[in-house]
Design a protein around this ligand. Structure first.
Ligand code: PPE
Length: 312
């Protein structure tokens, strides 16, 4: 584990129980995958993830005490230090130990980076066969309460309610609506629907995390010639869609085979879903880096730069 600039053993990666983050959920984190591609180990869209980490912290007036470049290098060093070929990377910045009260401004911002092996997120066979999901009775926060574009620890209390309800009722995942009743996202995934050959996904104003996989899938879909529409989607489209799938770093592209026990299509992954999976896995498994989305661990010298990086 990389902790505040130093490597420490897994069992020694500890923080004080009176740290601000423990009491008030004040953390900013990322989930990133490193794939063992046919051309070597490579991190998928490292730049986008590190950028989002920095912006998530900025929303909460937290300055991570490492630069964009230093964080990118530290992530690569952590993978190398652990000798991992394929892994999940969890960088997490948090408000540490000092005054314990709601005001976080006096608490230090610390950064830890962990890398470990992590398999299928939504269960064995989920990518190949799809999963059964429900619409959650819990909604996503309205935009003037919890900022959903920032990936922050505290927000995942809402995700936990969605996930626990789904699992308790025998589903793999729940789909939350936003405060206006439009489709938002899963507890840890973005959602896409196919209806009459058009691909729909909620917009960033529907209380979603602006997912890196979502952005990538939108690009792949457009390049495959599909029309992708972003915006308000009514719940009922879930029951008449031809195809539905989740996207996320952990979930990758996971087909949904039923919503609230209504079978989607013929209950197997749809044509467009499979086409997008093929395009995605061609990059992360075969290592065909046609968009420059891969950072090869043993690649040539890298230059990381925050230049041209904007929010969004
Ligand atoms: N929405 C939410 C709420 C979310 O947590 C994620 C990622 C996404 C959308 C997809 O974003 P992206 O990974 O950038 O495509 N969820 C991460 C954490 C999951 C967890 O259980 O922890 C992930 O997929 O790594």
């Amino acid at each position: 584990m990389w902790m505040n600039g130093k490597f420490v053993n897994w069992d020694d990666a500890k923080i004080h129980v009176l740290s601000h983050v423990i009491h008030y959920g004040s953390s900013f984190f990322e989930g990133i995958r490193c794939y063992k591609t046919a051309r070597g180990s490579a991190i998928f869209r490292l730049d986008e993830h590190v950028k989002r980490l920095i912006f998530s912290a900025r929303v909460f007036r937290a300055e991570i005490p490492y630069s964009y470049e230093e964080i990118c290098e530290a992530i690569i060093d952590t993978i190398k230090e652990n000798g991992l070929e394929a892994c999940y990377i969890r960088p997490i910045a948090y408000r540490g130990y000092d005054d314990l009260n709601v005001n976080p401004l006096n608490n230090p911002v610390e950064l830890t980076i962990a890398a470990y092996e992590w398999g299928s997120y939504l269960g064995k066979g989920a990518i190949e066969s799809g999963i059964d999901v429900c619409v959650s009775s819990w909604r996503r926060s309205s935009p003037d309460t919890m900022p959903t574009m920032a990936k922050i620890g505290g927000a995942y209390m809402n995700s936990q309610l969605i996930k626990m309800e789904a699992i308790t009722n025998g589903f793999s995942e729940g789909i939350a609506l936003d405060s206006g009743g439009y489709i938002s996202e899963g507890s840890g995934e973005n959602i896409f629907l196919v209806h009459e050959n058009i691909i729909y996904t909620p917009g960033i104003n529907n209380s979603i995390l602006a997912g890196v996989t979502r952005k990538s899938v939108m690009k792949l879909a457009a390049d495959l010639g599909y029309e992708v529409k972003e915006g308000n989607i009514m719940r009922e489209i879930l029951y008449i869609a031809d195809e539905i799938f989740f996207t996320g770093t952990a979930a990758e592209i996971t087909p949904i085979r039923s919503v609230d026990k209504t079978i989607i299509g013929d209950g197997t992954p749809g044509k467009i879903t499979k086409e997008l999976q093929r395009a995605f896995f061609d990059i992360v498994r075969n290592g065909n880096d046609k968009y420059g989305w891969l950072t090869f661990i043993d690649g040539k010298e890298r230059i990381f730069s925050m230049e041209n990086i904007t929010a969004g």
